[in-house]
Design a protein around this ligand. Structure first.
Ligand code: FAD
Length: 362
């Protein structure tokens, strides 16, 4: 048996812990400053929509290998809090002309994307169905995850497989050496500390910065459609318009922003007004045509996405004599890439285990 300490109880840490527990042969402790149930802007996972809108420019295994798992959960595991939603992406003429230089300047809005073969029912909408200002649109079947159900579900699945959860605030990643519930020094530490990996001793990754996401959560429902547009006209360049309805009474998320380098965890009322106005314009069915006043607000919120210059970091590194597998820096795609990343973490854990076994025989 290998002793493993996972640092972090966001979607990345929990998915890794569950994957490693499913694999067997591991004694796992999850330690974290924040746990599901907590709300703090620097603990990103509870604030996500969360849906699957692939963002990579070309196929990558993170998103490609996660979709089948989330789809299977939506089909067969209602207690995970995931349901299918039709997703419509609208591309504005000006964004297409500028080759999508906006905040989500990635693969989401390109025409004929690689994920048209991944996501069910992918079609381009006819010109007759385009709202004013939009030059093209595509729709496909996706999912929306109620994070308030899914994160505790992941915890429950881990606990059912013997994973032990502990609160701890680490100053240095090597502090995890003393935190296995077995009392033994772990063979492997998984670093899934998200945004705070920029401040964690032994990691201090300066490529990691927040991408501030402000949202409004409302009781209104969006008639079964998720909507996302490639840009907005009435705010700053780092503002977005998206709508998604969470499963199982989780309300509808209206977004949003993608403000790189901004640590402000307090919702800005002016941005909130613009988010609500755009959402009602993009989807009048939200309020039955009665306008913004008919939105029934549950809360305004801000989460800080763990953006990393150059992309996610998933690799192994020996720190103070112990193997650490890093899995952080997922920006705005932590859920939709969670299983693909956890599969890679497991491969790295397996590599380390066989190395440790060889070493112990010498
Ligand atoms: P986190 O959830 O931040 O978890 C980090 C964990 O590490 C926490 O438990 C924390 O307490 C712990 N930790 C950190 N430092 C320490 C320390 N020193 N000691 C102990 N513990 C520590 N993604 C999607 O896939 N689809 C979406 O639709 C989507 N929408 C989003 C909308 C918004 C508004 C936001 C803000 C994000 C969205 N995301 C979405 C992105 C997604 O939420 C993140 O990529 C993901 O949650 C990152 O998860 P994580 O586990 O890496 O980090």
């Amino acid at each position: 048996m290998s002793t493993i300490v996972v640092v972090g109880a966001g979607v990345s840490g929990l998915t890794c812990a569950l994957q490693l527990a499913n694999q067997g042969g591991n004694i796992i402790t999850v330690v974290a400053k924040h746990m599901p149930g907590d709300y703090d802007a620097e603990y990103t996972s509870p604030f996500a929509g969360a849906n699957v809108l692939p963002m990579a420019l070309e196929y990558n295994r993170w998103e490609g290998e996660t979709w089948p798992v989330l789809k299977a959960l939506a089909e067969a595991v209602p207690e995970a809090g995931i349901h299918f939603q039709k997703s419509v992406l609208y591309r504005r003429a000006k964004d297409e002309a500028a080759a999508f230089a906006g905040p989500l300047s990635d693969g989401l809005f390109v025409r004929n994307p690689w994920f048209k073969d991944l996501m069910p029912d992918y079609v381009d909408l006819p010109a007759s169905e385009l709202p004013e200002g939009m030059s093209s649109a595509s729709s496909f079947t996706s999912v929306c995850i109620n994070t308030a159900i899914y994160l505790p579900w992941l915890v429950g699945q881990c606990r059912a497989r013997g994973v032990v959860f502990k609160r701890a605030v680490l100053k240095h990643i090597s502090d995890a050496e003393k935190l296995s519930h077995t009392g033994r020094k772990p063979d492997i530490i998984i670093n899934a500390t998200g945004l705070l990996s920029c401040r964690l001793g032994g990691v201090m990754d300066k490529k990691v910065i927040p991408a501030r996401g402000q949202v409004v959560v409302v009781r209104n429902e969006a008639a079964g459609n998720m909507v996302c547009t490639s840009g907005t006209d009435d705010g700053n360049d780092d503002e977005l318009c998206y709508i998604m309805q969470r499963a199982a009474g989780g309300g509808t998320i209206l977004g949003g922003t993608y403000m790189k380098g901004n640590w402000d965890g307090v919702p800005d009322p002016n941005i909130a007004n613009r988010i609500m106005k755009r959402a009602v314009e993009a989807c009048p069915a939200l309020t039955g045509g009665k306008g913004i006043e008919a939105l029934d607000v549950i809360r305004h919120a801000v989460g800080l996405r763990p953006y990393r210059e150059g992309g996610v970091r998933i690799e192994k590194e020996k720190i103070d004599g112990t193997w650490v597998v890093h899995n952080y820096g997922h920006g705005g795609w932590g859920y939709q890439g969670s299983w693909g990343c956890a599969f890679r973490v497991q491969e790295l854990v397996d590599e380390i285990k066989s190395e440790l076994k060889v070493g112990s025989k010498l």
